[in-house]
Design a protein around this ligand. Structure first.
Ligand SMILES: Cc1cc2nc3c(=O)[nH]c(=O)nc-3n(C[C@H](O)[C@H](O)[C@H](O)COP(=O)(O)OP(=O)(O)OC[C@H]3O[C@@H](n4cnc5c(N)ncnc54)[C@H](O)[C@@H]3O)c2cc1C
Length: 400
């Protein structure tokens, strides 16, 4: 197992941290430690400007190949970048869906025309994306999507009708990648298409959903005769499932590996409060803090173990357990934060919903075990793809 980075990687670390030190100042100072999970509604305009500043420094899309406009960093360097980014307290990235999901999918499966049209805006931090997968009847069972795409010969365009739900940051996005049924007679994973759809058109209606935290990072999105250029389907009609699953590989892969430093920041804040308010004198609290610290170390060693695999840039089977592990750890950290705060955790100074960062974190982390694949689905993935166990039986449910 590789437990450290090379000397060259450590030089890269210095380069990242020194760039952040010199640029995360002035108007961006207020963004420090903001815009993360549960706080994504904060400073959207300022964070868009920060995204473009990152781009000017060449620090967006660091893992993309150079020919696609990225920095061509190795997986080790990407982890270092994310670690230093979080250590510096740099803000949550508004462009993360474009950079981590849409872009890599277009690079892997898109046409040359799509690459030319969409990648530069993602790299420059000027065009934001959202993910149109889930629907009221299709979450874990994604193959159940009902949204339809029909090709209109006269217009020479795809016409999209249907409803998506839980669409994070749709209200800030310029484009959405949408899974829709190109064959109206098809069922399950057959007959789907993967579409790149502009959010700035009359056929797209974005309605915010208010969350437990009182904020609205996600939305319902209604497509009512929304149009999509003939050239903006990724792959062929019917290839949608293959492309959608390829994208989920990116979602469950490297994009999650650098987040441990963010967690470390949260744990540090909780430890500081525990020392200050005396909660650290409680042996049970001390025990839980130690366990949280251990959990973070385990995450780090597992990341390093994953990195020690083949040098072809792919992640190993060990990476499959990462989502399940971090999301449960993070949910427990939320509970620890509330217990450390004690009675103060129950007080909201300006009700409703002016929550402190830790209160907001406590509520938001409940969703960590849901998005990007629920706990149960993660266990299925580990069992079937990691351990080679028999596939879950498919049960057909008949309506009476
Ligand atoms: C904060 C947040 C942001 C999100 N952002 C987006 C986004 O930007 N775009 C997008 O498309 N979606 C997004 N989602 C949706 C997310 O992907 C779904 O919520 C998730 O896939 C679960 O689907 P569901 O909510 O329909 O629950 P369901 O699939 O209905 O699941 C309900 C329960 O049944 C369990 N279950 C389901 N199937 C199985 C099975 N086969 N075996 C065992 N148990 C099972 C689940 O684990 C869960 O406990 C977001 C969700 C959240 C919470």
């Amino acid at each position: 197992m590789k437990l450290s980075f090379s000397a060259e990687d450590e030089l890269f670390r210095k380069e990242v941290s020194s760039w952040l030190k010199t640029h995360l100042v002035g108007e961006f100072e207020q963004l420090k430690f903001r815009g993360g999970p549960g706080d994504e509604h904060m400073f959207p305009e300022e964070r868009k400007k920060w995204e473009q500043t990152l781009a000017k420094g060449g620090w967006t899309c660091v893992g993309w190949p150079k020919e696609a406009g990225g920095r061509g960093c190795s997986i080790e360097q990407q982890v270092i970048f994310f670690e230093e980014y979080a250590r510096a307290g740099a803000p949550g990235r508004v462009g993360h869906i474009g950079e981590g999901l849409a872009g890599p999918t277009i690079i892997a499966f898109g046409s040359e025309e799509q690459k030319k049209k969409y990648l530069p805006g993602i790299v420059a931090g000027t065009e934001l994306w959202c993910q149109g997968y889930s629907e009221p009847g299709a979450g874990s069972d994604l193959a159940n999507v009902k949204t339809k795409a029909r090709f209109d010969e006269a217009k020479g365009k795809w016409i999209i009708n249907g409803q998506k739900v839980w669409t994070s940051l749709a209200h800030e996005s310029d484009y959405c990648f949408v899974i829709a049924r190109t064959d109206p007679e098809s069922t399950a994973h057959r007959g789907l298409g993967f579409f790149l759809v502009s959010m700035h058109q009359p056929g797209v209606d974005v309605r915010p959903i208010e969350q437990l935290t009182g904020t609205s990072e996600f939305n319902e999105v209604f497509f009512d005769d929304a149009e999509c250029d003939a050239t903006d389907i990724v792959g062929e009609p019917g290839d949608g499932w293959k492309v959608a699953m390829g994208l989920l590989g990116f979602e469950r892969g490297v994009s999650t590996l650098g987040q441990q430093m963010l967690f470390q920041n949260e744990l540090n804040e909780i430890i500081a409060i525990a020392k200050e308010n005396g909660a650290a004198n409680d042996p049970m609290i001390r025990q839980r803090i130690a366990k949280a610290h251990e959990g973070l170390k385990i995450m780090r060693y597992n990341s390093m173990r994953t990195l020690s695999g083949s040098n072809d840039g792919s992640l190993q089977k060990e990476a499959l357990m990462y989502k399940l592990y971090w999301s449960n750890w993070h949910r427990d950290l939320g509970e620890l934060a509330m217990d450390v705060l004690g009675a103060e955790a129950e007080i909201i100074p300006n009700a409703p919903y002016e929550l402190s960062r830790l209160q907001s974190m406590y509520l938001f982390v409940r969703s960590d075990t849901i998005y990007g694949g629920t706990n149960e689905i993660q266990r299925n993935i580990i069992a079937e793809r990691g351990l080679g166990m028999p596939k879950e039986p498919k049960v057909a449910i008949k309506a009476n």
